[in-house]
Ligand binder design. Structure first.
Ligand code: GLY
Length: 382
């Protein structure tokens, strides 16, 4: 993307400067978000009492390691690989505990164990990633042809599938490519086909959660999930769909997946505000100023990856939209200074959460990854 390379260079300089001290300061942690003082928390802190799906099992725990692998690819500095491996080694405990693990083992182990194996050939990482892939495959409901989301905590989720899980499919594609056993890819494609049929609306918007009857596989209902309501368009979910279907296309060559990604991208393009600042939900009331910079970065990354797979003349509008979003983040929603460990500001977990506008390690991951995409360096970890 020559048109924007100079811009990417200036941002990469800032990322390198910031991550040099942030990585050193937090090298023994698995951070998720910063506190009121701008210091990262530690999801691997054994002194804390965690919910079963939190602590070491927290679904974002792969992203800190992923950031370290992005920086390793960029700088070639070994210390980034060493810090990334701290997360990978700590998360081994999750397999022993087992009960807290969930569908997000892809988010946890692709940017850590798979990345390690891909970039260094580390045999222990291959074993970890294969273990995670087998657990993910075990969540497949063969009648409904979907990967089950979550475990029963507050409600019965046996029939639930969620759009975020499109990203976990990378782990299954990798496992088939690595082992030459097609089962993992077959499960991933059956899940992607189910999502294509039941989650993507005719206008290209996407729902967050779909519930199926776990015994018959019949689609029962869709839920608003982290978006504002049933029928709305949670922005991070649009990003998971757009980027996730592009990844499924990359691993399978199935044209329908690329067409679906494009359809979701076109919906996003008609809803991205002039400012480039992304709301939590594209359907939220306009006077409500809830933003989600994390969804913004996922959408931007998806648009850039999609554009790479389209011919000249067709790709530019997606690249321009991605740059608009990334510039908005870099200009007004980023902290490249020393008062906060995170870069990307104003992220939101869910529309109905009591708290909005905080930092998230995965927002930083997708922001940094997207800037490297603009520059054209680094290999895709997914
Ligand atoms: N995977 C949950 C989220 O995007 O917040």
């Amino acid at each position: 993307m020559q048109r924007y390379e100079e811009w990417a260079d200036t941002i990469i300089e800032k990322i390198r400067g910031k991550m040099e001290w942030v990585s050193e300061k937090n090298k023994n942690k698995i951070p998720y978000r910063t506190d009121g003082n701008g210091d990262y928390d530690d999801r691997s802190d054994p002194a804390k009492e965690w919910r079963i799906d939190d602590g070491l099992n927290w679904w974002t725990n792969g992203f800190w390691g992923g950031i370290m692998w992005l920086l390793y690819q960029d700088t070639g500095e070994q210390r980034y690989a060493e810090i990334a491996r701290v997360s990978e080694q700590k998360m081994e405990q999750c397999f022993r505990d087992f009960y807290g693990l969930h569908h997000d083992v892809g988010f946890m182990f692709v940017p850590t164990a798979v990345a390690d194996y891909r970039l260094t050939g580390n045999p222990g990482s291959r074993r970890t990633a294969m273990h995670a892939a087998n657990l993910l495959a075990g969540r497949f409901n063969p009648v409904g042809k979907f990967i089950r989301a979550w475990n029963d905590l507050e409600e019965d989720t046996r029939g639930w599938a969620i759009i975020d899980c499109m990203f976990n499919l990378s782990l299954l594609y990798w496992a088939s490519e690595e082992s030459k056993d097609p089962r993992f890819r077959q499960i991933a494609m059956m899940h992607a086909d189910t999502v294509q049929k039941n989650f993507i609306r005719p206008d290209g918007s996407v729902c967050h959660i779909v519930e199926f009857d776990p015994e018959t596989g019949r689609m029962l209902r869709s839920l608003g999930g982290q978006g504002c309501c049933e029928g709305s368009a949670w922005t991070r979910g649009q990003g998971w769909a757009l980027y996730g279907f592009t990844i499924s296309y990359l691993h399978t060559g199935k044209q329908e997946y690329l067409d679906t990604a494009k359809r979701v991208a076109d919906y996003c393009l008609t809803h991205i505000p002039e400012s480039g600042i992304i709301p939590v939900d594209f359907c939220q009331p306009p006077q409500l100023a809830y933003e989600d910079s994390c969804g913004a970065c996922v959408i931007a990354g998806g648009l850039l990856e999609l554009a790479k797979n389209l011919p000249e003349g067709e790709r530019e509008k997606y690249e321009d939209a991605a740059i608009k979003i990334l510039r908005a983040i870099a200009d007004s929603r980023a902290d490249f200074g020393e008062t906060c460990d995170a870069i990307v500001l104003n992220c939101s977990g869910a529309y109905h959460s009591p708290e909005h506008h905080f930092t998230m390690s995965y927002a930083d991951y997708y922001f940094i990854e997207a800037v490297y995409k603009v520059k054209g360096t680094g290999s895709l970890l997914w």
